[in-house]
Design a protein around this ligand. Structure first.
Ligand SMILES: NC(=O)c1ccc[n+]([C@@H]2O[C@H](COP(=O)([O-])OP(=O)(O)OC[C@H]3O[C@@H](n4cnc5c(N)ncnc54)[C@H](OP(=O)(O)O)[C@@H]3O)[C@@H](O)[C@H]2O)c1
Length: 267
């Protein structure tokens, strides 16, 4: 992995703070400046060795790797204003949901190098999943730089076709919400069997973390592990039959397709 150049974060909210915390632990940690209008948010990143500003153009004079971490609805106002300070050595890595590299390139001077990334919220604890792709002027070396940027806070999947970013958003960007919703449903269902909330959270939580670890250690052999638990005519079979009646795989296929479709509409 290449060493990282000085980094300027534009926006110092949740995602930026999590990335700064991850970067604080890397050897040869890069210089980091975070530009964030709300100075109440400065302390969180200063604690991880970053310097702060409220002036986006001042941040560009320090960072050559520019991480765009504002809300997508702010982009049309914030990115064109960066053009005044944009120089050929700058590389933009955008984590904005649904904002294409083409749109970002259009707001910056011709030839601006842009990489688009789609992280997810487990990035906050160093366990993110991040899809990345490059814009028209960015190089393979720029993609490698983006990989190094995200390595401390997650695992990276590179895609070559930017339209795949909507599918990545559907699977891993939105994905944590599916697991959280599943956890909510299981806890509610356990409470319906008479457990207190604390008991239900313990039973579901430990079963979830244990099963997940078992699945990973098996090399993701979900079918075999499921069959191991499911004796014919037994309790697990009774539960799984209910799920199949509701077309379990079909629900997930339709859910992910809906998310991908929505991503395309928003883009
Ligand atoms: N959270 C997720 O699951 C997730 C997943 C993938 C991608 N993303 C993307 O990550 C991006 C950041 O999300 P987040 O959850 O970190 O949002 P956030 O906490 O709201 O952070 C955005 C920050 O940008 C600041 N900001 C506003 N205007 C600015 C300006 N002109 N210059 C510099 N900074 C400015 C905001 O300050 P104020 O609060 O003072 O306005 C805020 O602190 C979003 O584009 C989102 O699409 C998020």
């Amino acid at each position: 992995m290449p060493n990282l150049p000085p980094i300027a974060f534009i926006g110092g909210g949740n995602m930026a703070s999590a990335m700064v915390a991850g970067l604080a632990a890397v050897p040869n940690r890069p210089k980091i400046i975070v530009s964030e209008p709300d100075s109440a948010k400065h302390a969180a990143v200063i604690a991880h060795g970053a310097v702060t500003t409220t002036d986006n153009l001042a941040a560009l004079t320090i960072g050559s790797l520019v991480v765009l971490a504002i809300k997508p609805q702010m982009a049309a106002q914030v990115v064109p204003a960066l053009a005044a300070g944009w120089r050929p050595h700058h590389l933009l890595v955008s984590i904005l949901a649904g904002t294409s590299t083409r749109k970002l390139e259009g707001w910056l001077p011709p030839g601006a190098r842009v990489v688009r990334a789609m992280p997810n919220t487990p990035l906050a604890i160093g366990l993110g999943m991040v899809g990345i792709c490059r814009g028209s002027a960015a190089t393979e070396a720029d993609l490698a730089t983006a990989e190094s940027l995200f390595a401390p806070s997650g695992t990276v999947l590179k895609v070559t076709d930017e339209s795949r970013m909507d599918a990545i958003t559907a699977v891993s960007g939105s994905g944590p919400a599916y697991f959280f919703r599943f956890a909510e449903a299981l806890v509610d269902a356990a409470m319906a069997l008479g457990f207190s909330r604390d008991e239900a959270v313990l039973l579901v939580g430990r079963t979830g973390s244990g099963s997940w670890e078992y699945l990973l250690r098996s090399g993701f052999d979900a079918v075999r592990l499921r069959q191991q638990v499911t004796s014919p005519g037994g309790t697990t079979a009774a539960a799984l039959a209910e799920l199949e009646k509701a077309d379990f795989t079909g629900i997930w296929t339709r859910a992910l397709q809906a998310a991908e479709r929505r991503g395309k509409e928003l883009g």
